[in-house]
Design a protein around this ligand. Structure first.
Ligand SMILES: CC(C)(COP(=O)(O)OP(=O)(O)OC[C@H]1O[C@@H](n2cnc3c(N)ncnc32)[C@H](O)[C@@H]1OP(=O)(O)O)[C@@H](O)C(=O)NCCC(=O)NCCS
Length: 114
């Protein structure tokens, strides 16, 4: 793997577990959690957000896809019949220098509160 490929694969924010209590589901909370992750990734100049979904949990995959995620290049090939897959969503980078740690914190606090 060359340096450019290494940076492309590693410059991401990876979430392993997203969970909303059963009685709070289907009210947009999960989607909101992902938006916070995406904002954090964007603010810290991560190329994408990657999420792991267990293959025996099709509703998680449906949720991630509904939120705009698709199968990532690093996901194990279907032939491997792996117990997990990796989905990702690109973080749009506009070429700006990115936020300072202070503004990242302020922005996230604002998103969680509002
Ligand atoms: C997956 C989970 C985090 C989703 O959280 P949520 O707050 O219920 O999700 P949202 O309300 O934001 O859903 C957004 C969209 O995702 C899709 N979606 C969510 N849950 C779904 C499900 N069980 N089956 C199919 N699609 C689903 C829908 O399109 C939904 O929009 P809609 O309600 O308008 O149809 C939640 O169901 C959960 O905690 N599950 C148990 C833990 C888990 O499986 N986590 C994921 C793997 S780590």
């Amino acid at each position: 793997m060359n340096d450019a490929e290494y940076i492309m694969l590693t410059n991401s924010l990876h979430g392993y577990e997203v969970q909303v209590e059963a009685e709070g589901r289907r009210r947009g909370l999960g989607q909101r959690v992902l938006k916070v992750l995406e904002k954090l990734a964007h603010s810290t100049r991560m190329r994408c957000v990657r999420l792991t979904a267990l293959t025996h949990n099709p509703s998680a995959v449906a949720f991630f896809k509904a939120c705009g995620y698709s199968l990532d290049e690093t996901s194990p090939p279907k032939e491997e019949a792996s117990h997990y897959e990796i989905l990702s969503k690109t973080t749009i980078q506009d070429g700006s220098v990115g936020d300072t740690p202070q503004t990242v914190g302020d922005n996230l606090e604002q998103m969680v509160i509002s």
